[in-house]
Design a binder for this molecule. Structure first.
Ligand code: SF4
Length: 417
């Protein structure tokens, strides 16, 4: 009997679920169900509660263990659910000892909640995994937590302050994954560009990227998860310009296009910084593809401010747009600011998504007839180096890097010739 994990949220959670599943199994918790929650939006927390109730209905004997950012921020809310056997904090969930302890207690134990102060955590417990089941690309955690305090964000309260995994541990992890057949590794964390600040000599993120490519020469593709453009250092830009194995795809945490809104969000970049960064990177790496996170309807945002987020799509040449309708998170400064009416938040999110769809179609049109290297995945699809999805009409085996000529697209993904 195995341990099942239900994972919400980011790649870091996916990576951690992989590690937890093994630790829980090693501790003898077969039959347990781990719900690894996310707290970025109220909707994510609601879905986790819904999943817990569903599991309890479908598997009445299963021991349900809840963890992740929503559990870290509000453990009592999950402990109050009769369906929940135990609640584990984000630090505790990565300790083998926590799972052994849970195995010893059995259901109904007094210590149902093992959640410590995440702000007191100083190290990042990295785990050597040999792959991420069901995923062709392997996510590797290089950093956890965040030192910034953007006014809309609860992540630091779920993950604590920034802490880095030493470069040597990361290189060993990636080498093990490549030896195990991984064709692509995705560098993951909460604020990866702050990697190294807490390490001796305070190395910068670009140095880590170069070290990985130097020490794992047989790694075919290295991809970055989301980055904060204002923290991109010279080595990172140099690697983008000169390292073909570093994928020409950057997902930017832009959030808005208006300077006053960026200020009220406590972001560290201006509109001009964002646009200039994209132009500079495109000059260094002409085939680069940008994705970005943008929030619609941040408190105090008026129509003129919103239009500056809307036209950022074109100004920065964004292709893969992730749109977040603003969601007030309890305890954040933004939740206390004058709110934009809900219908307007939703309407603006829809207009941003339309702009994103139009930008994606423009990108897909431009890909027709081009030759692309694609990493194939399950389900007859794959991803280009620019992270654009590709469908293989005749099906394809997962885990291969194939050179294709793009025959067409269906408005959402390319079609391989
Ligand atoms: S940088 Fe800002 S948005 Fe990102 S995790 Fe940190 S506080 Fe949240």
């Amino acid at each position: 009997m195995s341990v099942e994990t239900i994972t919400f949220g980011c790649r870091l959670n996916i990576y951690e679920s992989e590690a937890m599943e093994r630790q829980a199994l090693d501790a003898g918790l077969a039959g347990a169900v781990i719900v690894n929650t996310c707290a970025v939006t109220a909707e994510a927390t609601r879905q986790a509660r819904q999943a817990i109730r569903r599991v309890a209905r479908e598997k009445p004997d299963a021991r349900i263990v809840v963890t992740g950012c929503a559990a870290q921020i509000d453990p009592a809310a999950f402990a109050a659910m009769p369906e929940v056997a135990q609640v584990l904090g984000n630090h505790e969930k990565m300790q083998a000892g926590s799972w052994r302890r849970l195995a010893d207690f059995g259901i109904g134990a007094s210590e149902r909640v093992l959640v410590d102060d995440i702000m007191a955590v100083r190290e990042t417990a990295s785990h050597l995994i040999d792959g991420v089941r069901g995923h062709t690309r392997a996510f590797v955690q290089v950093q956890n937590g965040c030192d910034h305090r953007c006014t809309f964000c609860v992540i630091p309260y779920g993950r604590g302050n920034s802490r880095s995994v030493p470069a040597g541990v990361i290189v060993d992890q990636i080498r093990a994954l490549v030896d195990n057949g991984a064709k692509e590794v995705v560098i993951s964390g909460v604020d990866v560009t702050s990697w190294g600040r807490d390490l001796p000599g305070t190395p910068l993120f670009g140095a880590l990227v170069k070290a990985i490519l130097r020490h794992v020469p047989d790694l075919p593709r290295l991809r970055l998860s989301s980055i904060d453009s204002v923290e991109a250092d010279d080595d990172l830009l140099d690697a983008l310009a000169n390292e073909p194995r570093l994928m020409p795809h950057l997902h930017l945490s832009l959030q808005a296009g208006d300077d006053l809104i960026l200020k009220r969000m406590k972001r560290r970049h201006s509109r001009t910084d964002a646009i200039r960064f994209c132009w500079d990177v495109r000059r260094l790496r002409p085939d680069v593809v940008f994705g970005a996170d943008i929030i619609a309807g941040f408190p105090t945002e008026d129509e003129a401010m919103f239009s500056r987020s809307l036209d950022l799509v074109e100004e920065c040449g964004l292709t893969h747009l992730h749109v977040f309708p603003y969601s007030p998170r309890p305890g954040t400064p933004a939740a206390r600011m004058p709110q934009v009416a809900r219908p307007l938040v939703k309407e603006r999110a829809a207009r941003l998504r339309e702009a994103g769809d139009a930008a994606l179609r423009l990108h897909l049109d431009g890909e027709r007839g081009r030759t692309r290297r694609v990493l194939t995945e399950r389900g007859g699809i794959g991803r280009t180096e620019g992270f654009t999805p590709v469908r293989f009409p005749g099906g394809v085996a997962a885990g291969e890097i194939r050179e294709i000529v793009v025959a067409d697209h269906d408005g959402r993904m390319l079609v391989a010739g």
